[in-house]
Design a protein around this ligand. Sequence first.
Ligand code: PLP
Length: 381
Amino acid sequence: MYLDHNASTPVHPRVLELYLKVSQEVAANPSSLHRPGRRAQGILEQARERIGHCLQLPAKEILFTGGATEGNNIALFGAVRAMASLHGTPIRMLASAAEHPAVLGALRLLQQEGHPLRLLPLDRHGRVQSSALGEALAEEVPTVLALQWANNETGAIQDFSPWLETTRSDLHLHVDAVQGFGKLPWPAFFQEAPTFVGSGHKFRGPKGFGFLRVADFAFLQPMIGGGGQQGGLRPGTESPAGALATALALELAFEEQASFERQSAATAQAFLKALEQAGVSFESNHPPLGEGLPNTLNLSFPGIDGRKLLPACDAEDLALSSGSACASGSAQASPVLLASGVSEALARASLRISFGWQQGPEEGRAAGRTLTKILQRIYQN
Ligand code: PLP
């Protein structure tokens, strides 16, 4: 049973069909000036329009990328370097300690260029502490702020209100919006963020395709050089098939968001009930039900040896992810859980369960029962 939809999702059959059709029918490079080239460009622009329409943004503000890691890097390197050349000083970088490595990795590289990085503390469920963010934003220094919409491990939804209350012009907000699409209603205030990213494979699009919003009021320095496509910010030949398939996947994610929210919340509840009925003891690292991503649970199991948990689940065909990554035999605790105040032993003995579009309460119950069996076996040994 596949319970790792925050890591990646199966492609929607209609999306796959469209991807294949466009791949077969459109051979030309969208930058070519001949008729097939212009047709390929037309498909790309149609995809841009359709994504812009979902996000209530002009199509010209949507850039196609090879996924969210690339989009995060283009936005963060672009914003920090552009601001540094404008102000002639290093740029303060603020981010929540729960950011994905696709953001933190970019910020750490920028730190090596001399830009100071400050990670904001988290509450127990992986949400940035609003008071700490408010205080940091009150300081009058040119700042790039990186905040995620929702956390991939705990499902915590970030509170953007301290940013909404600022009126500073020397502040660039970049939102890693990857985990929210299709799971949460689209917050209209993200239109005020100069840059944000999405990634198709998190909402039933093909892997390796994403988008970056670059507002017309955003100021970015190009990070890579090339042929000048997409305003020079993301040069390189675009994929009309990948772009159109991503656009369709996003439309479907928007259309089905409310029903997926209801369905996956019921699935998560059925899963938890199965554990509770079997008397399994666990601690929840996700926010209270109804306050985080509806499809995401993060549980720690006291007294369990974290190194045994994931292999035991894998052996029973439960595909999920752990708060610990096994590197050379030693389980490493999730930095997000540690920063949320979870002890190292509990962080190692934790699982992230993320349900998908094709799963309902029956699958939730079945997964809960299987996990119960696995845990009982580990406790007995
Ligand atoms: N940001 C978040 C919150 C994610 O969950 C992921 C994927 O795991 C990424 C960024 C990276 O996205 P991609 O796989 O498209 O590079």
